[in-house]
Design a protein around this ligand. Structure first.
Ligand code: ARG
Length: 462
């Protein structure tokens, strides 16, 4: 425990123990230790460069900070809640060398800097996991270029589709998720150091230098804003909430598709669970829990927004409550992405089952309407004709292919034998040969495109 009065000369009594327990943040903000040490290092070197610290003082600090980094990374740092937060813990651990480090700095610009560094790292690490899941989907799509299944709207069989085209729909969503993280990372990439507690500092700090040393594009423009706002964290959590929403939908699909009713996929044994009572069960618990996690992540976003709402300028201690939701959201989404990537990689697609599903539900009814349109019938009329044919089939208990040509002609005289070709799902899919559609060559192009984007982001393979 610290023995000195934490706040120096102004105070005549120690902080009440209960209040101290309530206010401490080191139990969770120690997660920012690495970022905090990097910020201190850059600050110390900059203070040396402008002559505020001597070369010896800078050397002592540099050595002390890197020793601390090793201790922290090894998990050996004795975090002391009496020292309130990660910043005071680390500064105290520097001993006498640390006494001058805080020149021209406040914990307000310090924590804002730590958080920006941390959020930048989180955008990169979650972004890489988003790409990993996208890559798993692209890999599987490549193997299913010739697998056909119904596409659904309203969970009703709608039109024939390629499984690869369906899987690439998820890849598109993940691509935008990745883009949102990149946008967030770009916008937050400014350095608050030098903003002080609220109105900067009297020392002639070289803010460009610290910004550059920490990989920021530039220093923040306004010291009040830099210490008071956390909108970059809101952006991060909003991006993660959208990602988690996408993941919940993908997970939902796995739950449905692995039912006996659908039977489109079988989860690998290693990614499914049994029942403690019913021996026959194989449950999609991983997908179910991913589906549920979105609740936490949206909750994290809302928690942060409510912390910020109505806060006056500049820094307020309320801002300490920004961290737990951020850590939780990043951890939750990271874990969901990783576990889904593995699940996708190892599941088995039941191709015959998908194909069989195309045999029922009149998935080529649109083709019938389109067939008439190409023979000069207006689409609205053609749509009505196809609908009457479906009704006729339902009454007779047959599929469209089972209805004799005479019956077709009774509904519309333009029909010829040729219409039966249009009922072939393969033909139907191939005729959807527009950019963004499921024709084979279009899907192959889309696959190559998606892979190229992912490869470009991963950089050259060593
Ligand atoms: N633990 C604090 C936070 O997370 C650090 C900044 C404290 N600043 C202050 N003036 N009390 O916001």
């Amino acid at each position: 425990m610290a023995t000195d009065k934490a706040w120096g000369g102004r105070f005549s009594a120690e902080l009440d123990a209960g209040a101290a327990r309530f206010l401490e943040s080191v139990s969770f903000d120690k997660r920012l230790a690495d970022e905090d040490l990097r910020g201190s290092l850059a600050h110390a070197e900059m203070l040396g460069s402008i002559g505020v610290l001597s070369p010896e003082e800078v050397r002592a600090l540099t050595e002390g900070l890197s020793a601390l980094r090793d201790t922290v990374r090894a998990g050996d740092f004795p975090w002391d809640p009496a020292r309130e937060d990660v910043h005071m813990n680390l500064e105290a651990a520097l001993g006498p060398a640390g006494q001058r480090l805080h020149t021209g700095r406040s914990r307000n610009d310090q924590v804002a800097t730590d958080l920006r560094l941390w959020a930048r790292g989180a955008c990169a690490s979650v972004g890489a996991l988003v790409d990993r899941l996208a890559l798993a989907l692209v890999d599987r799509a490549e193997g299913e270029i010739d697998t056909l299944l119904p596409a659904y709207t309203h969970v009703q069989r709608a039109q024939p589709n390629r499984l690869a085209h369906h899987l690439l729909a998820w890849v598109e969503m993940l691509e935008r998720d990745r883009g949102r993280l990149d946008d967030c990372s770009r916008r937050l990439n400014e350095c608050p150091l030098g903003s002080g507690a609220v109105c900067a500092t009297t020392f002639p700090l070289d803010r460009e230098r610290t910004a550059r040393a920490l990989g920021f594009l530039r220093p923040t423009r306004n010291s009040v804003d830099a210490t008071a706002d956390r909108d970059f964290l809101v952006e991060l959590l909003a991006a993660l909430a959208i990602t988690a929403t996408h993941l919940s939908r993908l997970a939902e699909e796995l739950v449905w598709w692995s039912t006996q009713e659908f039977g489109f996929v079988e989860l690998a044994d290693a990614h499914a669970t049994g029942s403690s009572m019913m021996p026959q069960k194989k449950n999609p618990d991983v997908a179910e829990v991913v589906r549920a996690k979105v609740g936490r992540v949206v909750g994290d976003l809302v928690a942060l927004l409510v912390v910020l709402k109505g806060l006056p300028l500049g820094y307020n201690r309320d801002l300490q409550e920004d961290k737990a939701p951020c850590f939780d959201a990043v951890d939750t989404v990271s874990a969901s992405l990783a576990v889904l990537a593995d699940t996708i990689t190892h599941l088995r697609f039941d191709r015959p089952r998908m194909r069989a599903a195309l045999g029922h539900g009149f998935v080529t009814a649109t083709e019938v309407a389109d067939w008439l349109v190409t023979r000069g019938v207006a689409f609205r009329e053609a749509h009505g004709v196809a609908g009457r044919l479906v009704a006729l089939c339902l009454a007779r208990g047959v599929e469209l292919s089972g209805l004799p040509l005479d019956a077709w002609r009774e509904v519309h005289p333009a029909f010829t034998e040729d219409v039966f070709r249009a009922l072939d799902p393969e033909v139907a899919v191939e005729r959807r040969d527009v950019f963004g559609g499921p024709a084979r060559r279009r899907v192959l192009e889309a696959l190559a495109d998606a892979r190229a984007r992912l490869d470009a982001r991963r950089g050259p393979t060593p």
